[in-house]
Design a protein around this ligand. Sequence first.
Ligand SMILES: C[S@@+](CC[C@H](N)C(=O)[O-])C[C@H]1O[C@@H](n2cnc3c(N)ncnc32)[C@H](O)[C@@H]1O
Length: 239
Amino acid sequence: MEVNKIYNEDCLAGIKKIPDNSIDLVLIDPPYDICTSGGKKGNGKIVKDMMKLEKELIDNNLTNSFDIKILDELVRVMKNINIYIWCNARQIPMYIKYFNLQLKCKLEVVIWNKSNPMPLYSNKYMSDKEYCLYFRKGGYCKPKNYEDAKSVYISKINVADKKIYSHPTIKPLELIRKLIRNSSKEDDIVLDCFLGSGTTAVACILENRNYIGFEINKKYYDIALKRISEVVKEEDINE
Ligand SMILES: C[S@@+](CC[C@H](N)C(=O)[O-])C[C@H]1O[C@@H](n2cnc3c(N)ncnc32)[C@H](O)[C@@H]1O
């Protein structure tokens, strides 16, 4: 399978073409297992914004949990287990069971703390954080400075990037670059099976890593292709 290429296909089919023990780092952001509200009470702007986001996630198939079979394939293609997985609280037990209890991996948790969450806290805490679980067994984690070693990343929800790249769950590029710097070396191969708007591929280009990406949705695949080609062009100009 060619590296530095993204593929518009279901990752469960695409990953079969990747040889065993060939990937240095996996960084994935699969669809979250979301329990939708089914209609929140209230007519205020915040509730309306929340309902709009929920509808966008459902319409674009971003709320269905994914097929757990992909985990066996990811383990097959990694040289050593070295994997970051974005998830919500409901999915944490499933990953702990698979990677910690069954495969005896080490676990660390990286948190993206959003400094401007929607102020919704009726009978609950606010949605001001996202979890990224890091499992490794012989994997590589060598932050090179104090900032890179921090496990909590604080930033605003990137409304601008969401608008530019039209993806409702885009992750902060700087944070993804940091994870890649910390857990891979230059020229390593990084795999993202749920590429969305292409954040991982762009981070790899900027950090001199190779990438392979899968995105099932043609609309997001096209956005990622465009984003990647713009970054490659910029890099060429700066060289
Ligand atoms: C949470 S989003 C990833 C967002 C990404 N991290 C970013 O910064 O743009 C998950 C993506 O996985 C894609 N996806 C869902 N199931 C897939 C599958 N079986 N194979 C490939 N892509 C899939 C969705 O279309 C969605 O764009």
